[in-house]
Design a protein around this ligand. Sequence first.
Ligand SMILES: *Cc1c(COP(=O)(O)O)cnc(C)c1O
Length: 437
Amino acid sequence: MRFHSTRSDFDTDVTGAIMAGLAPDGGLLIPEQLPRLALSSLDGLNTPAELGPVVLAPLFEGSALAGELADICSDALDFPMPVRAVPGEKGLFVLELFHGPTAAFKDVGARFLAACMERILAAEPADPRGPLVILVATSGDTGGAVAAAFHRRAGIRVVVLFPEGQVSQRQQHQLTCWGDNVLSLAVQGSFDACQALVKAAFTDATLAARIRLSSANSINVGRLMPQTLYYAAAALEHFRATGRKPNFIVPTGNLGNALACNWARAMGLPIGEIVFATNANRTIPDYLATGNWQPRPSVNTLASAMDVGDPSNMERLTALYGEFDELRRAVSAYPVGDKEIVAQIKADYAKGGQIWCPHTATAAWTYAHLPPAKRGGDWILVATAHPAKFEATVEPAIGTTIPIPATLQAILDLPSDFQTIPAEFAELEKYIYKIVA
Ligand SMILES: *Cc1c(COP(=O)(O)O)cnc(C)c1O
């Protein structure tokens, strides 16, 4: 299978796409054709780890990783992703994606990407520049998932940059507790300043000659592909039990998670409607309403991991559906404000004891505001993070403390260590040389 750029004729195979992250023309890499799966080929396969080697096989065909796909899936997808009934709601379910090491769905993509990169590097001749350095700027969830996923992977170093004082306490702990091959830098500046430093590193010719750099951000196709698997598993479970296709409501920021749901449906998995729930960053719902694509600066919300004003994966969604009218028939989107997020967390806790994180609450609000005829059967909300990660928002809303899951507690119990640097490229450079030494 070839992967090509959304912007030009550039193409490469799956390992090239994973190592490159972005096409050289700035476009996003997409498979030249999504495989069409026969459902009978999935008989007897239930979990994402079981489905992976079959569902993703066509995408890895002909690549150096083809023979290792089963191993990669069992390495990366080693935590449960259950579908549970929402208490007190008939026909409503929740797909819990927060049972991984950092308690958010980004663990799925980050762990799969890390498992792939480690194997790609092992099969290559050693790079004279030394280990691969993954640079990641984070405003919270991404950096933790990437650091956890790449921790102690052979031949790889990780440098995580986060804005000093601008991530939650628990998020900061997840960014700074790893040690070994992971270095955490608190940058005296904003998230944009962190991103600018990473960009400066990638465009610095001297650095590129001496250090092999890569990124692990959410537009890497190696993070998207495994996300189709939890949709496959959840949809098949529902379809096999009821004979009906489930509909999904997906909390959406940069559109990676929701894109994977669309890919899974296009690959022939039994999925009905796909609804995007955004926060007050309403670029996507406005686009579907008006047909005008108007990216804008992001605004801060309580669902901070979805604070994206220019969702880059729209380029892939457009490539999937072609015409705007086709896209508008395929998906819908609802914006949800902070007041609504808090009200929904309160209401669903009062109703059945269900506790949502602020991101998942946008999906719960969206469900509650669907036309009444649509509610009451075959809907699955996608829970993207554990509420205990966002206790500062959720606990005041529900008036009680949230028990911390064991995996998250294990991380919070580790000592934290990080360096603080001014937002200057020379400072970052110094630490990059140090971590490969
Ligand atoms: C990253 C993230 C999102 C947004 O996912 P996208 O793939 O960027 O749309 C939603 N919820 C949580 C908890 C996240 O960490």
